[in-house]
Design a protein around this ligand. Sequence first.
Ligand code: SF4
Length: 372
Amino acid sequence: MAKSVYIHIPFCVRICTYCDFNKFYIANQPVDEYLDCLIDEMSTRKDKVVETIFVGGGTPTALSVVQLEKLLKAINDLFTVTAEYTFEANPDELTEEKIKLLKAYGVNRLSLGVQTFDDELLKVLGRTHQSDDIEKAVKLSRKHNIGSVSLDLMFHLPGQTIEQFDDSLNKALSLDIDHISSYALILEPKTQFYNLYRKGKLKLPNEDLGEEMYQLLQKKMKSSHLNQYEISNFSRTGHESLHNKVYWKNEEYYGFGAGAHGYVDGIRYSNINPVNQYIKKLTNKEMPILQNSKVSIKEQMEEEMFLGLRMTEGVSKIKFQNKFNQSIEDVFGEDVKELINNELLIDNNDYLYLSKRGQIIGNEVFERFLLS
Ligand code: SF4
């Protein structure tokens, strides 16, 4: 049974220089037809009661008020959310009218795409907002009693100094928010940044500075009200992202919308990316699936480890045993021993989890859990 729902709104008012998500410049897009088809796709779901819904993109707040209400009403008709209902939002698009609407339909968590408080860096990233918009968006969310507010912050940005990142962290913490997700920039193919980098027109800070920034992030969060619960995520007690924990705990969820991914009945699937093709499929009463694959037991065990190890609590040894009828040591024996000996992994008898060093080079640790 799927406990969660992800809904993708693939439209943005501007395309950021680093972005490789499935998104399209909203002008001239068939947004209304897309929403009709999205609602048709959501209507195929088997489970009505779910624990979490996450509406992401793209940018859901790029929708007009009328479009947003249509989407919220459809979600409300199709699902009952028992715990967490998140919308992603860009700070400058989050008007009071939109916040009131979100609140009226039960949205209880906002995830704001902030990235940095530095106006020059915001321009480099191609973002539409400025640092002033962030404070306004957080204050409006508080005014309308949105239960949980999260900010996304990036680091290791072109030309970014450690002082600039420190300043962004200080400004974020001064807003007394409930949650921060913070990731190092990754240069993805087919982005403007990647093309500039290949032409030698984009300089990234060196890797050591990236590590230093990550350590600063951990240190700052440790001395704040936000606790680290995942490699890149920090929250006030009781404000961890329940939706993301469904991914990290390797549990099932629906994915709806162009380019969305889902995991239902042991099958991982992804939808068609282009909006027009997505609309065509649903108009022809066909499912908009691009590919799907049954997840083998071997793959489930691998995923259980490298997704679960992202969380600071790590992977429950007993849960693994109960799920697969084998212990972690039976399956990954030598690798686990070596990672523990190298102080990258810690075993407290109940859980296996990453050490501080292991968190910094997480990807190298995760590779060790790929079975041949
Ligand atoms: S980063 Fe977000 S706002 Fe920017 S283009 Fe990508 S999806 Fe749109």
